[in-house]
Write a protein that binds this ligand. Structure first.
Ligand code: SRM
Ligand code: SF4
Length: 554
């Protein structure tokens, strides 16, 4: 089969430069040239348009209202107070103002017009932030369990996210040349990229690190999952899992969600060498064997299944020159965030805030964005994002805790946290409309209202104290990982969703399609019946997802 057109664009991009500079200087359009729209993804940005305003613009014979989304590279989701302040100011000056926390522990800003891209990137650079390789066919933002109180080894393990991100960065200086006006280097030998070469990877590539017992980043949804193994308070190493990925395409039965398979254990007690070499080897296998013709079948999960897991493991070992040890036992018991105050073993305090669908803004009488800014300005905390689109106000000294608490109370944040139901606290929705070009149905703008109704239903059945994970996406790409939810709602058309059920609370089992293309009334009716049965037929301590799997599917 012929290579996909994207392969040619990458190959001819002159190290991801394309004609981006020329595109930027064309003042007649808010858009970029077509090929450049693909190349900018490797620089962490997407060309989008406001879909709410398409018809109005078309009627006036105006081009679409183009703008750009920029996504930061933030391994492990860690941010200093100064960096938060900078993001806040950049969002106010250059974007819609909403600071959007993603399901992969980073921040996106939307609505940046073409002439503001460079100033935005420059402002990020001033506080040592960049957006390199957060999109495109390359290794993306490396994520790591967010909660520092989870383990005394949290920061040591989180450092791996940084190291892996650095190790798998592209060599091209294009980002610095185009966005930061770095002088062009005459001798391009420095740019030789033995890993990515000219064509980069066949498709996006994602790595996550989990620290059991918490699986807050859904480690098995990643191309590579590293599960930290801690013995007697020391980091022994990592179990390595490969071939996770969630997306499906309607009408294409060859596509499917897949959980990563654990292939073995690597010792990290003496050095990080084995870990870094192994992720490099896995990336290079995907580079060499991934499908470059059909982008729908190009993720690592298909490479793994096409060649078989045994072949894959042996190929990693062959490239590494050593064998994996047998995988070590581990147990996930949690996936949610520990809301409110927590103290870690070193005595630092952390406050986890619920941010509905990751959108930090001041609205409906709650000035969340202003409150976080004020905390940042007090310079008493760092900020950590979780894989559940939330923020941890982190690393606070005991003496500073009253300062943070005072700000939280002055803005009514703790009172707000007390009003939240458990279903909402376990919910996530993807961005979807109006910016996502692939959206078929609403997600982040619709789920909050649906949860109001479902929480009423749960109370009616006396189930308001149940922890049930609910997730919604506007299409089957799975950006809020709905295939791992106990209740997954996946958009099929405006106002209609496939209802998936039967995932487990810990995120170790995929759910299954229960009913297709339901409207709101049908969703509520189906769940009403299931909640009633759950209430009367469940086993002691059985979760909703486990109940549905046992009673309906098995
Ligand atoms: Fe995603 C494409 C948003 C996490 C699977 N995703 C998109 C795009 C860029 C649409 C596009 O291609 O033009 C969306 C931008 C919307 C917007 O307006 O901002 C988008 N994805 C998101 C975010 C922002 C959702 C959120 O609300 O938090 C998440 C950003 C994560 C990050 O910081 O990097 C996001 N996307 C995910 C995840 C979850 C994860 O990685 O843990 C998945 C499923 C896991 C996986 O990769 O299998 C996911 N996004 C996709 C796919 C399907 C990929 C595939 O294998 O086919 C697409 C479409 C594509 O790549 O062609 C996609
Ligand atoms: Fe867009 Fe679909 Fe991802 Fe939602 S799941 S952000 S609609 S691509």
């Amino acid at each position: 089969m012929a290579e996909s057109p994207t392969e040619k664009i990458k190959k001819e991009s002159r190290g991801l430069r394309g004609t981006i500079k020329e595109s930027l200087s064309d003042e007649l359009t808010g858009s970029l040239r077509e090929d450049d729209q693909s190349i900018i993804k490797f620089h962490g940005m997407y060309q989008q348009d406001d879909r709410d305003r398409r018809d109005e613009r078309a009627e006036k014979k105006l081009e679409r209202l183009y703008s750009y989304m920029i996504r930061l590279r933030l391994p492990g989701g860690l941010l200093s107070a100064d960096q938060w302040i900078a993001i806040h100011e950049i969002a106010e000056t250059h974007s819609t103002g909403v600071i959007k926390i993603t399901t992969r522990q980073t921040v996106q800003l939307h609505g940046i017009i073409k002439s503001h891209i460079k100033p935005t990137i420059k402002a990020f650079d001033e506080v040592k932030l960049d957006s390199i390789a957060t999109c495109g066919d390359i290794n993306r933002n490396v994520i790591c369990s967010g909660n520092p109180a989870n383990s005394s080894l949290h920061s040591a393990i989180q450092e791996y996210a940084d190291k892996i991100s650095q190790y798998l960065m592209p060599r091209t200086r294009a980002y610095y040349e185009i966005w930061l006006d770095e002088e062009k280097i005459a001798d391009k030998r420095d740019e030789d990229d033995p890993l990515y070469q000219e064509r980069y990877l066949p498709r996006k590539f994602k790595i996550a690190i989990a620290i059991p017992p918490n699986n807050d980043g859904d480690v098995f949804a990643n191309d590579v999952g590293l599960i930290a193994i801690i013995e007697k308070g020391r980091l022994k190493g990592f179990n390595v899992a490969v071939g996770g990925g969630l997306s499906t395409t309607y009408g294409n039965p060859s596509t499917y969600p897949r959980l990563a398979t654990v292939i073995g254990f690597l010792d990290a007690s003496l050095s990080d060498e084995k870990i870094l070499k192994t992720v490099y080897a896995i990336t290079s296998i995907q580079r060499d064997f991934g499908n470059r013709s059909d982008r729908k079948l190009a993720r690592l999960k298909y490479t793994v299944d096409n060649h078989g897991i045994k072949w894959f493991k042996e190929e990693v070992e062959r490239r590494n020159g050593w064998l994996f040890e047998p995988a070590k036992p581990f147990l996930f018991t949690e996936r949610g965030d520990a809301y409110g105050w927590e103290r870690d073993l070193a005595g630092k305090w952390h406050y986890t805030l619920f941010i509905e669908n990751g959108r930090v803004l001041d609205e409906k009488g709650l000035a969340m964005k202003s409150a976080i800014l004020e905390i940042a300005k007090s310079k008493t905390a760092n900020f950590r994002f979780t894989g559940n689109q939330n923020v941890i106000i982190a690393d606070i000294d005991g003496k500073d805790k009253p300062i943070v608490e005072g700000i939280l109370d002055r803005f009514g944040i703790r009172a707000f946290m007390d009003t939240l139901g458990l279903l909402r606290k376990n919910s996530m929705a993807c961005v979807s409309l109006p910016t996502c070009p692939l959206a078929l149905a609403e997600a982040q703008r619709y789920l909050p209202g649906l949860i109001d109704k479902l929480e009423t239903l749960l109370s009616h059945h006396g189930l308001e104290e149940e922890q049930i994970v609910i997730r919604m996406t506007g299409c089957p790409n799975g950006c809020a990982r709905p295939y791992l939810a106990e209740i997954g709602l996946i958009g099929t058309a405006p106002g209609r969703y496939n209802l998936h059920l039967g995932g487990d609370y810990e995120g170790t089992r995929l759910n299954r399609l229960f009913r297709e293309s339901l409207g709101e009334n049908e969703i509520i009716l189906e769940l009403d019946g299931l909640f009633r049965r759950f209430r009367s037929e469940r086993n002691p301590k059985e979760g909703f997802g486990d109940f549905v799997m046992r009673k309906i599917f098995v």
